[in-house]
Ligand binder design. Structure first.
Ligand SMILES: Cc1cc2nc3c(=O)[nH]c(=O)nc-3n(C[C@H](O)[C@H](O)[C@H](O)COP(=O)(O)OP(=O)(O)OC[C@H]3O[C@@H](n4cnc5c(N)ncnc54)[C@H](O)[C@@H]3O)c2cc1C
Length: 380
């Protein structure tokens, strides 16, 4: 067992950290205030390979490992969790679904421009009345000759407005239950496909989130992704890996919040001393540093298993559950250590506190992670 990162991985971490500090940090509050999705950042993310991190070079990707992926997402989230969320959704949901289940022709047509960062990906599973209970979706796709016709809507779709290529799940056989759901690839501009309401969010405000509406949206049969009826089953596999990304995002966010708290504690004075000399503050720092390391190890273990081609449903759910919950604590302690300055927008604490809540909700709530973990434990 070797816990060290390779020299290449250390270099990767330094490059992404430098990129995030120089290209992102100066703008994050402006993006957050305006709920501006930084489309102008996409070519620069693409130049670093961050929009096709784990896809083979033959498909326009950077050919990196799942552990490398975690390092990239962590370093983006350390500075701006909402950019990290967009990068994770683009890579880990839309592109990953096509990469895992697409035909060769679909990969050439859709995955290559996604991995090169020429197109932005969106992935629609959640609907207004079905989130955790995703198989209860209402959107339908009905066969009409050599086409499929989609009707319904998706809620909370990351890149619902800015996405160029979307993977969406729809019921193709109501009687089949979760085996009656299929996945489809949709292209922006297709008649009958339109973005709906843009969400006005608590946090992750620079990541575009909106409704997507399908009204007699007709697409050719070759845009069916994977086998008909296997869409939901495939989705569970996409989410197993996707959750490693949200775990890494949580670790990075927690690291950013911890570092901000540490720096502030060393500077802020009270009762004639820096507040870092008070044991109450030291214990918060020590506990957060310890929890972050534990979360990072769980996350890297899940990523390692993915790199080995092994099943990691249990490990990715554990990593996502633990990392997101300790990140909430890290962001809370960051505000507390900043006192009143944690409550205003001049310091990063306030934004971490708002952004972090998504991590215990997106790609399966903490309750759903516990359900997945318990199911795996009880059936072993
Ligand atoms: C910013 C953002 C971005 C998102 N991006 C995407 C995206 O790109 N694509 C996409 O498809 N979705 C996306 N989502 C949706 C997200 O995955 C869902 O919000 C999440 O899965 C929860 O679903 P829900 O909101 O319907 O909550 P619900 O499922 O209604 O849950 C409400 C509460 O009930 C609990 N609960 C539900 N069922 C159970 C159970 N069986 N046992 C115990 N507790 C339970 C939940 O844990 C939660 O606490 C995004 C959401 C947000 C906020």
């Amino acid at each position: 067992m070797d816990f060290r990162l390779t020299e290449e991985q250390e270099l990767l971490r330094r490059s992404v950290r430098e990129f995030a500090d120089i290209e992102m940090r100066p703008h994050i509050m402006e993006w957050d205030d305006a709920q501006h999705f930084p489309i102008e950042l996409m070519p620069r993310l693409a130049a670093l390979g961050l929009l096709g991190i784990q896809f083979p070079e033959a498909y326009g990707g950077a050919g990196m490992s799942a552990v490398d992926y975690c390092i990239c997402i962590e370093e983006l989230a350390r500075v701006d969790p909402s950019v990290a969320l967009s990068v994770a959704a683009h890579n880990g949901l839309c592109s990953a679904h096509i990469g895992l289940f697409g035909t060769e022709a679909q990969k050439q047509k859709y995955l290559v421009p996604l991995a090169r960062g020429e197109k932005i990906g969106a992935w629609g599973l959640t609907e207004s009345t079905s989130g955790s209970d995703a198989a209860g979706m209402r959107t339908t796709a009905v066969r009409a000759g050599s086409c499929w016709v989609l009707n319904g809507s998706k809620t909370f779709t990351t890149h619902g407005r800015v996405g160029d290529i979307m993977v969406a799940m729809a019921v193709t056989d109501r009687a089949g239950g979760s085996k009656g759901i299929s996945a489809f690839i949709l292209e922006k501009g297709t008649p009958g496909l339109a973005p709906g309401k843009k969400e006005n969010k608590l946090g992750m405000r620079a990541s575009d989130t909106s409704e997507v509406i399908f009204e007699d949206c007709r697409i050719p049969d070759d845009q069916l992704l994977g086998e008909a009826g296997q869409g939901f089953v495939n989705t569970m596999q996409v989410l197993d890996a996707g959750r490693i990304g949200i775990a890494a995002l949580s670790v990075g966010l927690a690291q950013g919040a911890y570092e901000a708290a540490l720096q502030y504690a060393k500077e802020r004075r009270a009762f004639g001393k820096t507040i870092s000399s008070f044991q109450a503050i030291q214990w918060k720092l020590a506990d957060n540093a310890t929890r972050i390391e534990a979360a990072r190890l769980l996350t890297y273990r899940a990523a390692y298993l993915k790199d080995q081609g092994r099943r990691m449903t249990l490990e990715s759910a554990m990593a996502k559950l633990y990392a997101s919950e300790i990140a909430v604590k890290a962001a809370d302690d960051c505000v507390q250590i900043h006192g009143g300055y944690g409550f205003v927008k001049d310091y990063p604490a306030e934004k971490f506190f708002r952004d972090v809540k998504l991590t215990t909700i997106g790609e399966g709530t903490s309750e759903i992670q516990r359900l997945v973990i318990a199911r795996r434990l009880l059936t072993r």
